[in-house]
Write a protein that binds this ligand. Sequence first.
Ligand code: NDP
Length: 466
Amino acid sequence: MTATTLLEQVTSAEGHKVHDPATGELIGHSPAASAADLDDAVARALRAQPSWAAAGHSRRQAALHAAADAIEAHAEELAQLLSREQGKPLNGPNARFEVGACVAWLRTAASIPVEPEVLLDDESGYAELHYRPLGVVGAIGPWNWPMMISIWQIAPSLRMGNTVVVKPSEYTPLSVLALVKVLNSTLPADVLIAVPGDGSLGKQLTEHGDIAKIMFTGSVTTGKAIIKTAADTMKRMTMELGGNDAGIVLEDADPQAIAEDLFWGAFINTGQTCAALKRLYVPDAIYDEVCQALTEVAAKMPMGIGLEEQNVLGPLQNAKQRDIVARLVDAARDSGARVLLGGDPDAGAPGFFYPTTLVADIDPQNPLVTEEQFGPALPIVRYSDLEQAIEWANGLEVGLGSSVWSSDPERATEVASRLQAGTTWINKHGAIDPRVPFGGAKQSGFGLEFGLQGLKEVAQPHVIQR
Ligand code: NDP
């Protein structure tokens, strides 16, 4: 499979038009599955599930490693396609990184031992806990990390003996179709099926009587809609929803030393990341130094067409998201906040670019701080009282990630323990690891992904007691 043929294999003569977000060029048409196609996919996945479950852990582990090998063999083709459709550059923590992460998550999901747990073994009796397959898992994903997030849903589900029907975002269907094509070059038939289409297909999946569990990553609004729809069939769910991650810099932090990690914490994937740093709280004592160090780092990072090797920042994936970022930055500027960098997009240029933007001296209740911007614009809030900063950080309904920045690990850990989030990083932000569980607090969702806990989430606990 070359890059061209892989693209050719996943596009159709007609269907949903997919454009390059950097240039506006038509990449191709994504096939649009019908409601009947989705029913057929679920029926096939249901039929394939018992023999996949019966294959046992060791054969499924080998199958996941073989699938990871297949991705490695097609890594560059996948990265190029992802870059063109999603917009993210090949280099930096972007397209090649994302394809590499798919391999890492598959191999880790394959490698973690899952054993029955002995709960009780004494004169009163014996009890052990097994993790059985659930059946068919419905995977619904977003457009920001389409391949990696699909793998987060597919890899643990397959490992635990489930089959999977995946519904990609209509913004990035080709990336997921290409990934599934490569995975299916080694997996048994019908263990993994992709059904491209819009949100109505996602809804159908969440209503379907033969889907045992929904793995969802996307917006809080859609997550709530899915919870309601899925209630009738009592589906299991993992909800990885939006966040608005706070970072708190402590007075003893070294601005120069943390500037680059702060930058990538916020601007990874051009800010389009669920657990990116989206609001930064900095004490008076080092406020100007942090703003300056961050501006110097940010100003050096090239933004442009993803396929051009020098770029590390790209366009927004779609016009809707670009307009959200522009609206929030304009309103912040109008409110009197100080734009340190960016904030002035080139209206005539092709693509959905928005420049790297830093906004200082902003009110903590400004919408750029309290709403999820999901793009390359970071508000930097000044504080003089750490208690106040912690209160602001905890003041929203979401709580996916957060971070504390300090030269004193013990003090940072103490502040971290007071933040309401699924993960709090110290002196970094968003550094996920396939061995370490990840999930949200509050309205950022529920259920853990990754590690042994992530495998257990796609299994039915079953106690045997005597
Ligand atoms: P959405 O929540 O709108 O969409 C995510 C997925 O759900 C897509 O595949 C979508 O399909 C599907 N979907 C839409 N409606 C339904 C439904 N009723 N039932 C089942 N599935 C449905 O997120 P977007 O991708 O549009 O992003 C919007 C916002 O979500 C962003 O601004 C950001 O705040 C947040 N977000 C968070 C992410 C995270 O990683 N936590 C990732 C991406 C976005 P389709 O797109 O085809 O309509």
